[in-house]
Design a protein around this ligand. Structure first.
Ligand code: ZN
Length: 327
């Protein structure tokens, strides 16, 4: 009995499945015809190029299919360029604006990078260490760093200040920014009741050579080397240095100038005008020169203030603040 019932059940189930299957097949036919009718619709759409609106889509299609990767991102890129193009354009001014306030810092950093002592020196064909940033306001010249014999500053002018001598002379000249700064310095001194006079500014390589040779002849090379610079090693050739003195020091370039009220005023105020006392007392081993309270060098106000405040030399400042150097 149980077996018969099961067979019956299986038979009816089988028959039911058969019937359902036939119905499904007929359905799929219907769907098939629907799905068949649909492709022709889209096919006819793409196959009808006459429509102007269709032309753009066929043309990008080949282009997209040409590059497999772009095909995937075919739609996104179309959006992305547009999306990024707009923000891309707007952020661009923003960084510029945010950089603008920091321009001062950046420019000093850039100055220090461009004038780093180890980056601004090379050996010439005679094996002489020659500076490469000759025309920089921050050029470092000393007994280890020569100016080329041919170097002459481009923009030399005579500052409108009192000199210790009369008549024209090349040594009245300074580079224009230094000359303008010297005029302000002398005016500032005058306001404080201090009378300074300029003694010696620009000196050509040839003039320095004549001075050194004469000193060497008179005092011997060793003494000459301590008291005067070898040609090419004088800061006066840069047109950025001026020797300054006063009546109280008989306009002499002597250490006694430091003790005069003019010498004291100069040391206290020169940085406000962009000058430093280049050869400090106790720094002879760094600068290579004796203390010269009369010799001022233009480096611009920002750097001058820092150097004078720290009571350091230009050598120390440039080396300690060069990028990648631990101060
Ligand atoms: Zn000097």
């Amino acid at each position: 009995m149980n077996v018969r019932k099961r067979r019956l059940l299986i038979l009816t189930a089988g028959a039911a499945i058969l019937v359902w299957g036939m119905i499904e097949v007929s359905k799929s036919d219907v769907w098939g015809s629907i799905s068949l009718s649909q492709p022709p619709a889209s096919a006819s759409a793409s196959a009808s190029p006459p429509n102007a609106s269709d032309e753009p889509s066929p043309s990008p299609d080949p282009a997209e299919s040409a590059d497999p990767a772009p095909d995937d991102t075919a739609t996104p890129p179309a959006d992305k360029p547009a999306a990024t193009a707009k923000p891309g354009k707007t952020p661009k001014p923003t960084p510029v604006e945010t950089q603008a306030p920091a321009a001062g810092e950046d420019s000093l950093a850039a100055i220090l990078a461009a004038n780093a002592p180890d980056k601004t020196i090379k050996q010439n064909k005679d094996g002489l260490a020659v500076v490469t940033n000759t025309s920089s306001m921050y050029v470092l010249v000393n007994k280890k760093r020569n100016l080329p014999s041919t170097y002459k500053p481009a923009d030399l002018v005579v500052p409108d200040v009192a000199f210790s001598f009369s008549g024209d002379s090349p040594k009245k000249q300074l580079q224009r920014p230094a000359a303008r700064a010297l005029e302000k310095l002398f005016a500032g001194a005058s306001d404080d009741g201090i009378t300074l006079k300029a003694v010696s500014g620009y000196r050509s390589y040839a003039t320095q050579k004549a001075i050194f040779d004469r000193n060497a002849e008179l005092k011997g090379a060793e003494v000459a080397n301590k008291t005067s610079a070898h040609p090419g090693q004088s800061e006066h050739q840069t047109g950025l240095a001026m020797d300054v003195s006063s009546a109280s020091a008989n306009y002499e370039l002597e250490e006694k100038f430091a003790k005069t009220k003019e010498g004291k005023w100069l040391a206290s105020h020169c940085a406000e005008y962009g000058f430093i006392i280049r050869f400090l007392k106790g720094k002879e081993d760094i600068t290579g020169y004796s203390y010269e309270p009369w010799h001022i060098r233009y480096v611009g106000v920002e750097m001058a203030k820092e150097i004078m405040k720290q009571h350091i030399t230009l050598e120390e400042y440039l080396e300690e603040n060069a990028p990648g150097t631990k101060a």
